[in-house]
Design a protein around this ligand. Structure first.
Ligand code: ZN
Ligand code: ZN
Ligand code: FE
Length: 758
């Protein structure tokens, strides 16, 4: 005993609900160490007593052998008195004042559980809620910390003897697995018709699969909410789903049992596989195969399918019934938040779904599927939600406690503590009361489980955004207004641990400008604290405001008028024959007289205008559709951009007239849209690259940050990254949060912290 020492380790990070304590218990056993381990509200505390070199080996193993879902962010050591303990034990959780532990995201079913699920001799054979410390729901079933069963929606299920024995056995994979359950004691699945009448069946899941096979639409309760499902090979079923859900042409997500099944309809490159099979199980956007069995209704006029692998045991059981793919789209009417509650689902989805496959484990917090896409060899988030949230983004500096309210579309919120930024799951477009309620409840929920009471509120500059109004209504708290495109650039800087200053290319759809105009084609000089506007697309009017976003032909007329004046009507353009003359006249009136026609410098709108001019489409079913289709038509290999130029002066104006004139000339000459699109993309790449070079010569800045929704365009993103690197710039883009408005709350928070520091 004389050669024994004792110490205490305070471990922080994602160390609860991920099998960390049994791991510590086993590790201590391996090294003959006595002591104890317990969850605290800030992580895990470990008391160690033994020979110095054994303790050292233990500490090394702590980092090297930690369970797959654990993430250690810090370990602090404190000396302790040697008391001559005789064993190592796992102690009950200790609630302390500081609740700052990290909560694990929801995790897809693990290999071990999947084996048991499909093993007829296992006691959980075909039990759709099988889980263990390495897998299962987390974030969506927690309503307080520490992460213990009474703080989860499993609290209403009392474990049977066998489950309890597993739960209490430190050597068991289910030791303290909070959602642990079996068919005897846990949640159950039931099948209902749309009037909630229960359909009795020995195996509701097999019966559900049969109904899907017959072409019915099912509402299926999952981890973060309801899905609406249909057989993806059945045209009629998919079409019916689209109609009932009021979903125009926006692509629907697919789920298949294996990567090989996905290969039947999409091209899965080697680098896509680890993404598809990762425990986050995002929807991955993949190039469509030329010939495939999937209904054209799934992703009309789109070159990609969004596909994912199953992530719950229930998904596996369903897909084992032999589907190439199921459509699995969020369970909502378009624009509303996804349904999570059984009553709510029957209320809102009974007009869409023929049958409901539900269960009695409550979902506390809604979380949509995440969406990713690889471009320039890197995974990019289009939507960062289930599987990733609430893992924080780690920042360079201490932030204090800030709540950033996000923008309006694709809203997320962000709460900060120390150097961690916790972005919420996808909340959606804050355009209706349901979405706003979800926004408010997410703020309250995250404040509680992360134990953050914000001292500063950050918000967008747009006075009509519901997120702005929320911020302004809060009393007794400091508020910081952050310009939309500044927030975009700082969001990119923050995740890349940059402090600035940088040249920021904020290429975007819509954002409230400091002068009241709608910005979105901005070259900024920015640091965390402030920005100056170096250059922007020259203003043109948006006739009808919001209506111009839904009807890209209006923007085409505006750009044409800007380039040619009234003479544009003499051009030989298909667009001018497609749209009735009097409608064009109305637009010209609005534009020339400035009636309901706010000025915009948005690059998103220029994309829309060019798409309409090139005959891609005049109306859109969802935000960005025209721009996406313009990108998808682009062919490879042009070296001929359109003419481009910008004005000199303090704030430079990038003229759209030469570009529009080039597109119009090509259209008159019958040039194919695929070449027009390629030339347009090349023009933007050259133009912004040269602008950056000129800016570098003036300012000496060599770092460029790329952000804003337009960078979801892979051709532009990849082209600009390569072009700028060729020119020896250091280029930074998004990898941790979306480049669209889903990532903007991070930038708002970081700007607010910088403003508060000054
Ligand atoms: Zn498992
Ligand atoms: Zn049980
Ligand atoms: Fe934006």
């Amino acid at each position: 005993m004389n050669n024994h020492t004792a110490k205490r380790l305070e471990v922080e990070g994602i160390v609860q609900g991920v099998g960390f304590r049994p791991f510590v218990y086993r590790l201590a056993g391996e090294h003959g160490i006595r002591g104890e381990v317990a969850n605290t509200s800030s992580g895990v505390t470990i008391l160690l007593e033994g020979i110095e070199k054994d303790i050292e080996a233990f500490e090394k193993g702590l980092y090297e052998k930690a369970p797959p879902l654990a993430r250690i962010t810090s370990v602090s050591e404190y000396p302790e008195r040697v008391t001559g303990r005789s064993a190592f034990s796992i102690k009950k959780s200790r609630g302390t004042e500081e609740k700052s532990t990290l909560i694990s995201p929801d995790v897809c079913i693990c290999e071990d559980c999947l084996d048991e699920l499909l093993d007829p001799s296992d006691r959980r054979y075909r039990y759709p809620f099988i889980n263990c410390t390495n897998c299962g729901p987390r974030y969506t079933i927690i309503d307080d910390v520490p992460y213990d069963r009474p703080h989860t929606s499993m609290k209403s299920f009392r474990m049977c003897r066998e489950c309890q024995a597993e739960y209490d056995d430190p050597g068991n994979r289910r030791f303290h697995a909070q959602p642990n359950a079996c068919a005897q004691c846990g949640p159950r699945v039931t099948l209902h018709d749309s009037r909630r009448k229960k359909i009795t069946s020995k195996d509701p899941i097999r019966k559900a699969a049969l109904l899907l096979r017959e072409g019915h639409i099912l509402a299926i309760k999952g981890i973060g909410g309801f899905h609406l499902a249909a057989d993806a090979e059945n045209d009629q079923a998919v079409l019916r789903l689209r109609k009932r859900k009021h979903r125009g042409e926006k692509p629907l997500a697919l789920m298949s049992l294996t990567t090989d099944d996905i290969r039947r309809y999409a091209i899965v490159e080697e680098a896509d596989e680890p993404l598809l099979t990762s425990h986050q199980r995002p929807i991955v956007l993949l190039e469509k195969r030329e010939f495939h069995p999937i209904s054209e209704q799934v992703a009309p006029r789109n070159r990609t399918f969004g596909a994912m692998l199953p992530y719950t045991p229930l998904h596996y059981l369903l897909l084992h019934c032999g589907f190439t793919a199921l459509v699995m789209t969020s369970g909502n009417m378009s624009e509303e938040p996804i349904a999570i509650d059984n009553d709510d689902a029957f209320l809102r989805l009974s007009g869409i779904a023929d049958y409901f496959l539900i269960h009695d484990r409550d979902i506390y917090l809604r979380s949509d599927d995440s969406i990713v896409r690889r471009s320039d060899g890197v995974t990019r988030f289009i939507r960062r939600s289930r599987g990733y949230v609430p893992t924080p983004v780690f920042l360079k500096q201490d932030m204090g406690r800030i709540l950033a309210c996000g923008a309006e579309l694709k809203n997320t919120i962000c709460l900060t503590r120390e150097n961690k930024a916790f972005l919420s799951q996808h909340i959606g477009d804050l355009e209706n009361l349901e979405a706003y309620d979800f926004f408010c409840s997410t703020i309250e929920h995250m404040k509680r489980i992360l134990h953050i009471e914000p001292e500063i509120l950050a918000h967008d500059g747009h006075p009509d955004y519901l997120s702005t109004r929320y911020a302004l209504e809060q009393q007794g708290i400091e508020k910081v207004q952050v310009q939309h495109h500044h927030a975009h650039i700082v969001s990119c800087m923050a995740e890349n641990l940059l402090e600035g200053p940088v040249i920021g290319l904020s290429l975007d759809g819509t954002g409230f400008g400091s002068d009241g105009a709608v910005w979105g084609g901005e070259v900024l000089l920015a640091d965390h604290h402030c920005f100056t506007r170096k250059a922007h697309l020259d203003y043109v009017p948006m006739p009808g405001g919001e209506a111009a976003i839904k009807e890209p032909w209006r923007m085409a007329i505006s750009y044409l008028y800007n380039a040619f004046g009234h003479a544009f009507k003499d051009l030989d353009l298909p667009l001018l024959t497609q749209i009735e003359g009097h409608k064009i006249e109305v637009m010209v009136e609005m534009i020339s007289k400035g009636i309901n026609a706010p000025n915009t410098s948005s690059l998103g709108r220029l994309f829309d205008g060019v798409a309409a001019l090139a005959g891609i489409r005049n109306h859109v079913h969802y935000e960005g559709q025209a721009a996406i289709e313009l990108e998808m038509t682009a062919e490879n290999g042009t070296e001929k951009p359109y003419d481009y130029e910008w004005t000199r002066g303090e704030v430079q104006k990038i003229l759209t007239a030469p570009i529009i004139a080039g597109v119009a000339r090509d259209m008159e000459n019958g040039v194919r849209p695929s070449l027009i699109s390629a030339r347009f993309h090349l023009t933007l790449i050259r133009l912004f690259k040269e602008l950056c070079e000129e800016t570098r010569a003036e300012t000496g800045l060599n770092r460029v940050a790329l952000s804003g929704g337009v960078f979801q365009n892979a051709i532009l993103l990849t082209g600009l990254i390569h072009g700028l690197k060729e020119s020896n710039f250091q280029v930074f883009s998004h990898q941790l949060v979306p480049t669209n408005d889903g990532g903007i709350s991070l930038g708002q928070a970081v700007v607010a912290a910088a403003v508060a520091r000054k």
